[in-house]
Design a protein around this ligand. Structure first.
Ligand SMILES: [Zn+2]
Length: 395
């Protein structure tokens, strides 16, 4: 098979996803066979032999956005709100990777151990085999239940499971048991997250800061509540005492989100801030949820927009150990191309986001392939990228 070489030229602004250097010089990105190979000034790059060319028309390129917290069930359907194509709709909001925090909305979800393991392995396989509209859905996140033993986590890991569902959504509600299971999971390379805050829907429970700290998950799931947030002093305590992912979600408390961000900034921990939607949920599906979080946190949290985009890209990639979300040779060629929305105030796309406005998405690319054009969901972008026709004249 000949190499598939993508050249994206005429980029106006390159965002890297790297919080230590969120903006890169250059106007061009090259990817071969779905992986980034180079970026910078087009005149300095090897663009010979391109099989696909995108003319960015001066818009901004960023790594595809990552939603750190979703609850998928099957394909592009969610029974939670009886909605079809919510993942495709979210791709139109610039999200190219989603991480399951548990397939908890499966009707009749098994809670016996063999059943919950089977469902997790099934979900991991199903989304690995089928990407709705090209979106990478990292699913198969079992919810821990009493009676699980070390060998269960070993078996799950060997079968390809990489994430636990939110601790606290199952029968394990005490820190001691949860900590043991999280440690078993970690021993076999499975990451963990926890439901932080009050109950989300009838049947779920309260997880306070003491339980979060005792359990010691890799991510503090929805630190701003899902939806009911912990009291301020507990949120500050979690920011002070957790050295890993501090996840802010759209379906949480916005005031608690800003408190988390301000506290993390004061502590020099902005690299730990990651974003999710927590959708589908009682509050619905949010195709623009991640962009809305970027704009809201930038506007109210005194963070420049280029840095805020890192919360939804490189920060999540690093906390979650993913090969997406960072503009670097070797990383997946997953991008969102966007521009200042038509008639949005601000002198640039970044300033318009800092004023709380959403950018207009013009294109998404996953593994070097164009997956969507002008977003049907964002406000219209001022300029739109286009796919160049490489066919020879007259053919
Ligand atoms: Zn939750």
């Amino acid at each position: 098979m000949p190499d598939r070489k993508l050249v994206i030229r005429n980029i106006g602004l390159i965002l890297t996803g790297k919080i230590e250097a969120p903006v890169a010089d250059g106007d061009c990105v090259v990817a071969t066979n779905g992986r980034i190979t180079a970026f910078g000034q087009e005149k300095d790059l090897d663009t010979e032999g391109a099989t696909h060319v995108v003319d960015a028309m001066g818009v901004t390129l960023a790594p595809g956005l990552i939603d750190s917290h979703v609850h998928p069930v099957v394909g592009d359907y969610t029974p939670r709100q009886q909605q079809l194509h919510w993942i495709d709709s979210t791709l139109n909001g610039g999200v190219t990777t989603m991480i399951s925090a548990g397939e908890v909305h499966m009707p009749g979800r098994p809670k016996d151990i063999v059943g919950l393991k089977a469902m997790a392995i099934f979900a991991q396989r199903a989304y690995d085999n089928f990407r709705p509209s090209g979106v990478k859905v990292l699913a198969g996140a079992p919810v821990i239940e009493h009676g699980m033993e070390e060998h269960d986590f070993k078996e799950l890991a060997e079968a390809g499971v990489k994430f636990l569902g939110e601790v606290g959504l199952g029968s394990v509600k005490d820190g001691k048991t949860a900590r043991q299971m999280v440690e078993w999971a970690r021993k076999y390379g499975i990451q963990s997250t926890i439901h932080t805050g009050g109950p989300s829907i009838p049947g779920s429970g309260l997880i306070d800061a003491d339980m979060v700290l005792e359990t010691g998950t890799d991510v503090v799931g929805h630190i701003n509540g899902g939806h009911s947030a912990l009291p301020d002093d507990q949120i500050v305590c979690l920011c002070e005492n957790c050295g890993k992912g501090l996840e802010i979600v759209h379906n949480g408390n916005e005031r608690a989100a800003v408190l988390t961000l301000n506290t993390a900034r004061e502590l020099g921990k902005l690299d730990q801030i990651i974003l999710g939607t927590d959708g589908p949920a009682g509050s619905g599906v949010q195709p623009l949820g991640i962009l809305r979080m970027v704009a809201m946190l930038s506007a109210f949290g005194n963070v420049d927009a280029a840095t805020a985009f890192c919360f939804a890209t490189g920060n999540t990639a690093r906390q979650r150990d993913l090969d997406v979300g960072i503009l670097e040779p070797g990383w997946a060629a997953d991008f969102v191309l966007m521009d200042q929305a038509q008639h949005a105030p601000g002198k640039s796309i970044l300033e318009s986001v800092e004023l709380g406005n959403l950018p207009g998405v013009g294109m998404t690319i996953i593994d070097g392939e164009v997956r969507s054009l002008r977003s049907r969901n964002t406000p219209p972008a001022t300029r739109l990228p286009s796919v160049a026709d490489l066919s020879p004249m007259g053919s």
